[in-house]
Design a protein around this ligand. Sequence first.
Ligand SMILES: [Zn+2]
Length: 389
Amino acid sequence: MKINYLATASMLVLASACAAVDSKGQSVDSGMEAVAATQTVSEKAAKSLPTLAMFDPAYNGCYDREMMPYTAVVDTHNHFRPFGGAPVPFEELMGYFRDNGVLFVNAYGIGQSLPVDSSCEYYLDCVGTPALPSMKNDFANAQNLLDYDPEGVVVTLSMTFPDLANPEEVPEQIAFLDREYPDMFGWMGEVNLVKHALMGNDHEPATRDDIDNWAPFMATLRERDIPIAIHSDLGNDVEPEKYLELMEYVLESYPDNKIVWMHLGLSKELTTLSASRHIEILEGMMADNANLWLDISWRVVYDNYFVEADTRATYVDFFNRYGERILPGTDFVAAHVKNGDIYAEELDVTSDILKDVDDEAFRNIALGGSYFSILNMDYTAPSICKADI
Ligand SMILES: [Zn+2]
């Protein structure tokens, strides 16, 4: 099962992280215990990046928010494959993560692949061309992870192929992945329940009947304890809550599945919802559904909801209360035209609000506490250093 794979990969990565720490002369002796016992974050140079050793459950140092980055060490929402055209090469992408202190990453394909015979690279540039889920990207990600050592980055592979409006084939497709890449996939998503922006590219929103027909694959996810991350627009500026009932129906139908709702339900089509009404909706859903998690990725969310001081404060307060079930991410799409500077900027923007959350929420969101918990990973977010009194 996935845990075996992840545990093995994690141990290898942890071992290499120790070697890296040693080679920089930051530990006094060799061995992980010595690192854990003697290295506190405040002893490290200013602006130094976190290392995997800090996430060992035995680590007894602390994370100094003054000295260390406010950007998340976890990117739970990263599309390693673009809509069309070439991706950023896998090894180059790993460099982007290492350069920014991102240690844990979910590797998504993309839920809207353009046809291989199309020269189009972004679906909104070719409205009318179908952009549909496909298994191609999941194969490519799995193969890359086998072919290249992610070196210091713990990668969790995600199944991005399911078409939620046509779910009948999904169990067979999971079985196919099981045959070709057994035990390698620990996540499902980003899958599109309803995505308004995709309507011009043959995207078909799922209906209640379709959602009922998810039952077989949702049972498989429960057995394997695999979360499903769903993009489902809350609505648009004309009808802000138009699609809310679909997401509610999913939660009602599958209360025992771990479900992640992407972007807090927001999108480029919904930029005028009041923060207070939005939080009222989220709060009600979080209170009613213990297995619901929220993804706060995408710069569109920052640009429209986290920039202004008063609305930002409302979200910070909400994050402080629900940090244990909130997941950060960039929503970076690794198209070949992107580069490391663009990734760094997207990480910076999507993490900006984390400057303001309290220490407990920072541990859970930025330092991976909520991520380790949803995946039952054998890592622990370090505690936050207390200011000297
Ligand atoms: Zn995405």
